[in-house]
Ligand binder design. Structure first.
Ligand code: FAD
Length: 482
C-alpha cells in the first residue's frame, strides 16, 4: 500500500459551501493550520449549480429571509429580494468568501473519495483518499460536504415503466414539457418542483404520505422567520391562524396534518395551494404499487405517468466515511455527533451541516464553527481544556428544541432550534473561556416579533432591513491585526 503523504501538522476541511467556509474562517482566525478540498470548481456549495451533486434547481429561492440568513459581519445586500434567488445566494457566498480571502486555502475540482480514522497507538489521525488517487494523512478532519447529498428513495411493489429519478437530478421545468409528471414528497424542494410541474407539465401530480401545514411566505407582511414562536402554546395558536388564513388543506386533496405547525422544517410556499385550487396540480396519497405506466395509490385511485421525481429527501451520511465510523442517525442512541458536530468516538473528526437549523442562517453556522475551531486549537495550546470539552462531548446531549414540540420521526430528529443552539454554544464558550472567531463577540440573534402578541393584535409590520443581523461593524481578529 502507498504510504500516505504526511500532513499531520494540519486539519482538512472538506467542502467550500457555507459550512466549510465558516469553519475555514474560524480556523484561520484561531491560527490553526488547515487546508480545504472542494469537489466543485468554485466556492458556493450547493448554490453554485456548476458544483457536482448539488440539490439546486432553477426555480429555487431561499426559504429563510435575506434579513435573517446571512453572516453577521457582512449581511446580504439591501437590494436583494426578501427571499433571494439561488444565484443571488451563490454570489453572496462567493462575495463573503472573497471578502475573507478563503478560496486560497482550497484545492478545487478535487473530491474526497474516502476518509478513515487511523489509530497510531497514542493518537488518532485521518487518512484521506482524493479523486486524484493521492492518499494523505491529516491531523484531523472537519466534514462539511453538505448533508443533502445521498438520495433517499423509497421502494414500492411492482415496476414503473416510465422514467423515475431523485430530485437531486432535477434542474429545470423544461424537463417536464409534454410529460405526465408526479412529484413524491412535500418538503420545500418537492413543492417547488410540483409548482414547476403544474406550470410546465401536461399533467402534474403530487403524492404525499401525510398532510402538511403550508405557510405563506409573508405573514403580516414579513417573513415567518421574523417571528419568535417559542412554545407549544404558540404552535397551537399558529395552527388556528393557519386554519383561518390558509384554510383546510383537506379541500385540495390532503388530509388533516397529524402534527402541530413548526413540528418540523416549515414548508413555505404560496403557489402550491394556488395550483391545487386551480386544478393545475392534483394531490394524491402515498403510492401503493406500480404496474407499467400506471401508478396505484393507497386510496385505490390511479394515474398514468411518464416521469416520477422522488423528492423524498436525503440520508444523513458523510458520503466518504463508512457508516460504522460516523453514524449520523435519526435516533439519539446511534448518533455519533454531539450537538451534530463533535464525534463522540473519534476525537479527530468533526462536522458542520448535519443539524437542520430552524430559523437559523449562516450566522448560526459561523457560531458553530467558532466552537469547532476553539476546540481544535485547544488540542495543542490548552490540552486540559481540550480534555474538559471532550468530557462534555462524551456526556449527554443537551435539549436543542428551544421549547418547541418537534416531530419525533426518522428524518426529522436532526431538527434543531437555531436560537437554542446559539444559547447553548454561548454558555459553553463562556464556561470554557472560548474566543469569538468568525462570529462577532457581541452578536445577538435578530430581534423577533412575539407571535402571541401579534396574533392577539394582528397589524401590518415593517420589513426588517437585511443589515439587521449586524448591529455592530465587525472584522475578524486577524484581519484587524494584519
Ligand atoms: C431548495 C433549497 C432551499 C434552501 N433554502 C435555505 C434557506 O433558505 N436558508 C438556509 O439557511 N439554508 C437553506 N437551504 C439549505 C442549504 O443546505 C444551506 O443553505 C447551505 O447550502 C448548507 O451549506 P453546506 O456548506 O453545509 O453544504 P453545501 O452547500 O451542500 O456545500 C457542500 C460543499 O461540499 C462539497 N463536497 C461535497 N462532497 C465533497 C467531497 N467528497 N469532496 C470535496 N468536496 C465535497 C460540495 O461540492 C459543496 O460545494 C436550502 C437548500 C435547498 C436545497
Amino acid at each position: 500500500m502507498t504510504q500516505p503523504d504526511d500532513r499531520t501538522d494540519r486539519w482538512l476541511v472538506v467542502g467550500a459551501g457555507p459550512s466549510g467556509l465558516s469553519v475555514s474562517l474560524a480556523l484561520r482566525c484561531a491560527g490553526v493550520d488547515f487546508e480545504g478540498v472542494e469537489a466543485g470548481s468554485a466556492v458556493g456549495g450547493m448554490w453554485n449549480m456548476d458544483n457536482p451533486g448539488g440539490a439546486m434547481y432553477e426555480s429555487a429561492h431561499f426559504i429563510s429571509s435575506a434579513a435573517r440568513s446571512g453572516w453577521a459581519d457582512l449581511p446580504m445586500p439591501d437590494h436583494y429580494p426578501t427571499y433571494p434567488r439561488w444565484w443571488e445566494i451563490r454570489d453572496y457566498i462567493g462575495g463573503w468568501a472573497a471578502h475573507h480571502g478563503l478560496a486560497e486555502f482550497y484545492t478545487f475540482d478535487t473530491r474526497v473519495t474516502e476518509a478513515v480514522p487511523v489509530d497510531t497507538g497514542n493518537r488518532e489521525f485521518w487518512d484521506v483518499t482524493l479523486s486524484t488517487g493521492e492518499v494523505r494523512r491529516y491531523r484531523g478532519l472537519v466534514a462539511c460536504p453538505g448533508f443533502q447529498r445521498v438520495p433517499n428513495v423509497p421502494a414500492y411493489p411492482g415496476t414503473f415503466s416510465g422514467e423515475a429519478r431523485h430530485s437531486q437530478t432535477y434542474k429545470s421545468a423544461s424537463e417536464f414539457h409534454r410529460k405526465r409528471v408526479m412529484v413524491v414528497g412535500a418538503g420545500n424542494s418537492a413543492v417547488d418542483i410540483a409548482v414547476d410541474a403544474a406550470i410546465a407539465a401536461e399533467r402534474a401530480v403530487i403524492s404525499t404520505r401525510r398532510a402538511y401545514w403550508f405557510f405563506p411566505k409573508l405573514i403580516g407582511g414579513v417573513p415567518l422567520d421574523c417571528f419568535a414562536i417559542n412554545s407549544v402554546s404558540s404552535q397551537d395558536r399558529l395552527r388556528r391562524f393557519l386554519e383561518i388564513h390558509v384554510g383546510d388543506v383537506g379541500r385540495v386533496g390532503f388530509g388533516t396534518p397529524d402534527h402541530p405547525p413548526l413540528a418540523h422544517h416549515p414548508i413555505l410556499n404560496d403557489q402550491i395551494l394556488h395550483h391545487l385550487s386551480h386544478g393545475d396540480l392534483v394531490a394524491r396519497p402515498e403510492v401503493d404499487r406500480f404496474d407499467g405506466s400506471t401508478v396505484r395509490f393507497v386510496n385505490g385511485s390511479t394515474e398514468e405517468l411518464d416521469l416520477i421525481i422522488w423528492a423524498t429527501g436525503y440520508l444523513d451520511r458523510v458520503p466518504f466515511v463508512a457508516t460504522e465510523n460516523c453514524r449520523i442517525s435519526s435516533r439519539d442512541t446511534d448518533n455519533d455527533l454531539f450537538i451534530w458536530m463533535f464525534h463522540r468516538r473519534h476525537p479527530q473528526m468533526m462536522a458542520l451541516g448535519p443539524a437542520n437549523l430552524a430559523a437559523g442562517g449562516y450566522w448560526a453556522l459561523a457560531a458553530s464553527a467558532d466552537l469547532i475551531a476553539n476546540h481544535i486549537r485547544d488540542q495543542r495550546q490548552h490540552p486540559e481544556r481540550w480534555q474538559q470539552m471532550r468530557r462534555i462531548i462524551e456526556g449527554p446531549e443537551p435539549d436543542l428544541s428551544g421549547g418547541y414540540s418537534y416531530y419525533q420521526k426518522p428524518g426529522h430528529l436532526n431538527y434543531v432550534n437555531a436560537a437554542a443552539l446559539d444559547r447553548y454554544g454561548a454558555e459553553l464558550a463562556e464556561e470554557l473561556g472560548f474566543e469569538p472567531l468568525a462570529h462577532p463577540a457581541d452578536f445577538k440573534p435578530p430581534e423577533l416579533i412575539d407571535i402571541d402578541g401579534w396574533l392577539d393584535d394582528p397589524r401590518p409590520l415593517s420589513m426588517p432591513s437585511h443589515g439587521s443581523l449586524a448591529p455592530i461593524p465587525y472584522q475578524p481578529r486577524d484581519l484587524i491585526d494584519g
